[in-house]
Write a protein that binds this ligand. Sequence first.
Ligand code: URA
Length: 244
Amino acid sequence: MAKPVSLEKILFSQGFGTRRYCSDLVYADLVKINGVVAEDPEERILTEGLVLNVEGQDWEFHEKAYIAFNKPANYECSHKTSHHPSVYSLLPRPFVERGLQCVGRLDYDTTGLLLISDDGQFIHKMTTPKKNIGKVYEITTSEPITSKQIEHLLKGVVLDDDPRPCQAVACKQLTENTLAMTIVEGRYHQVKRMMAAVGNHVARLHRTEIGQYRMPADLAEGQWRWLYADELKMLSRSVEADHA
Ligand code: URA
């Protein structure tokens, strides 16, 4: 049976600040529990299905956070960025406070599906090279894509720093200059380097799928959404299915 937890602890766990700051939020009448203003930071409550409202923002309680994010171009997947703003600057502050990390990175100019979480085991499971989960990229090239290039990608290309060939597991040409390519590894700049190796050039790169999870059609660029149990199950099935 789930045990009730103090409101202050819950707020802290969700990333609203130090325990002291969380207490102060309650004393300042800035926290509602299921729509009712809370008065006591020590009040013990059950977390299942809990919806808080903190400083006017609704906040679903999630013991661990798993989110899907539609990354725009010109953002870096890093907390300490070098040339562009961070994707974390587009997320609510509590996510940063509680240490969410990208599940594998996209280049600053790549757009599309990014998973972000504070569950270390999940991140490891999804990114360890042993698991090799399929990722689908929509590639826009500067030169028309030829069938020879597709053949080459499916056969495997050798990238300069690595003698192991790098292979596309599926390629579907969408237009003269666009290709949906599935890869299972996550080597540095892998797609761009694979396309360069077959004599083409990536003009735009957009990730649409990770495992069996497809970017929701209604998730606008720069927006995020929670992943729920059935979607997480789908993702862990991807890990198992790809290695059955
Ligand atoms: N491959 C690339 O070259 N860049 C990305 O961002 C992802 C895969």
